[in-house]
Design a protein around this ligand. Structure first.
Ligand code: HEM
Length: 156
């Protein structure tokens, strides 16, 4: 691996992201604060979120092609009035799930992952508030390593 890998590759690809969302939504459905929000979710939801994350992290652009892109994703949060307490629980459970699903635990990957999750979850809360609509085209977010590329031993 000579070029800098994408976050998607570093994470372990779709298999790893599927493990992540499967573990995560298992916990969400047992959580008293989040279960009411997700009890009627589409059975395909964990898979859709894995496909979403793959694209954001530089993997295949399947969410844009087959699932309606960012506009659709934002639309699924409209009117849900997500609270800060629910957002924070969602984030905490996702980070727990990342450990359980065996995502890479190196500081560089986890800080990039956390940055996206923090940004995305705050956006989900904003769009979920009463009266919010999707008025402008929402480009698909793409996340990378920021100013900390993955650490690899220097070439000898
Ligand atoms: C980085 C943060 C987040 C990401 C990446 C994300 C991703 C997504 C995606 C991709 C969808 C649409 C799935 C589809 O195509 O069917 C969706 C729907 C949804 N999201 Fe989020 N979300 C985030 C934060 C949150 C938070 C914080 C909450 C609530 C605490 C939430 C609640 C929901 C609900 C209830 C749905 C609809 C589920 C269904 O009925 O299928 N999301 N989310």
């Amino acid at each position: 691996m000579t070029e800098t890998p994408t976050l998607h590759e570093w994470a372990g690809g779709m298999a790893a992201l599927r493990r992540l969302t499967t573990v995560f939504y298992g916990h969400v459905l047992k959580d008293p604060l989040l279960e009411p929000v997700f009890r009627d979710m589409d059975p395909g939801h964990p898979e859709h979120v894995a496909i979403w994350l793959a694209e954001v992290f530089g993997g295949p652009e399947t969410y844009s092609h087959d699932h309606g892109g960012h506009r659709h994703m934002v639309g699924r949060h409209l009117g849900r009035a997500i609270t800060e307490e629910q957002r924070r629980r969602w984030v905490n459970l996702l980070f727990d799930a990342a450990d359980e699903a065996g995502l890479p635990a190196d500081p560089e990957f986890r800080s990039a992952f956390a940055a996206y999750v923090e940004w995305g979850s705050r956006l989900a809360v904003m769009f979920s508030q009463p009266g919010r609509e999707v008025t402008v085209p929402e480009p698909m977010p793409k996340w990378d390593w920021g100013n900390r590329p993955p650490w690899r031993p220097p070439a000898a």
